[in-house]
Design a binder for this molecule. Structure first.
Ligand code: SG4
Ligand code: ZN
Length: 263
């Protein structure tokens, strides 16, 4: 492992994160189990609005030792959803399970159900210079989470799934083409919203979470590509650790309100 935190059952596991990263032990953490019966409808929020090019964009695919992330050269902006400011897309990354997709892999759960894959589109408040500066601010981040279940082939994901073997090990990068529009539409009319944290250390509590209510499909062979090509380990590691189950367990709600918008 390349860092002092990890997902498996060692000293670096999620239950120990707070020892090195105190915010991970605070009371407004993410992810959460969204119990739909307890959500509060708020029609004043309006849909999530994502502005940007409909064209396929150049980007970069990186294995960061915890996930694979994609950054795009094309600019995308998040607004609506009751947000006071506009937010700029920094990139997206994935959390997933293992060879038994029924065991879950998503970070958020809905009514106690986990899903095999969750994509996080990380946006930073456009009033700040970049993600690094925004991460330090209380209104710095908004993340859109999209859940996936095993089903039909997903053309949006296929742009980069074929290149995962090129970023098998931590620190590896390759250029990709991706069409964000295929899985982040211009408007999302059904979502949950709550105040939470980054789901990895530092676990800073400055994230407005927007979790899409509609679950998207991914084929079993596409899911298998994700779980069979990636390692947490650096290149050349003697016993590379497969990148599996890179999700944090759900955290207590502690009285927070989860709003729901459904047009
Ligand atoms: C993953 O490790 C991403 O690759 C990180 O992205 C991300 O950090 C981190 O998860 C936490 O994000 O949406 N799961 S999360 O709460 O986006 C940030 C990068 O390191 C700040 C760029
Ligand atoms: Zn994430």
């Amino acid at each position: 492992h390349s860092a002092d935190w990890c997902y498996d059952h060692e000293e670096c596991a999620p239950s120990h994160w707070y020892l090195h990263y105190p915010s991970c032990g605070l009371s407004s953490q993410s992810p959460i189990n969204i119990i739909t019966a307890n959500t509060v409808a708020d029609s004043s929020l309006g849909p999530i609005v994502v502005e940007g090019s409909d064209a396929t964009s150049e980007g970069e695919l990186t294995n960061n030792g915890h996930s694979v992330e994609v950054t795009l050269t094309s600019k995308y902006t998040l607004s609506g959803a009751g947000l006071t400011d506009a937010y700029t897309l920094a990139g997206f990354h994935i959390h997933f399970g293992n060879s038994n997709p029924t065991f879950g892999g998503s970070e958020h759960q809905i009514n106690g159900n986990a899903f095999p894959l969750e994509v996080h589109f990380v946006f930073y408040n456009s009033i700040y210079i970049d993600l690094t500066e925004a991460k330090q601010q209380s209104d710095g981040l908004a993340v859109v989470g999209v859940l996936f279940q095993i089903g039909s082939f997903n053309s949006a994901l296929d742009h980069f799934l074929g290149q995962l073997s090129q970023v098998a090990y931590s620190g590896q990068k390759t250029s990709v083409q991706a069409n964000l529009r295929k899985f982040l539409p211009a408007k999302i009319g059904y979502y949950f919203k709550y105040n939470g944290s980054l789901t990895t250390p530092t676990c800073s509590e400055n994230v407005t979470w927007l979790v899409a209510g509609n679950v998207q499909p991914i084929s079993l062979s596409q899911y298998t590509q994700i779980i069979s090509n990636l390692y947490f380990s650096l290149p050349g590691a003697a016993n590379p650790v497969p990148m599996l189950d890179n999700f944090r367990p759900t955290q207590p709600l502690n009285g927070r309100t989860v709003s729901v918008y459904r047009k």
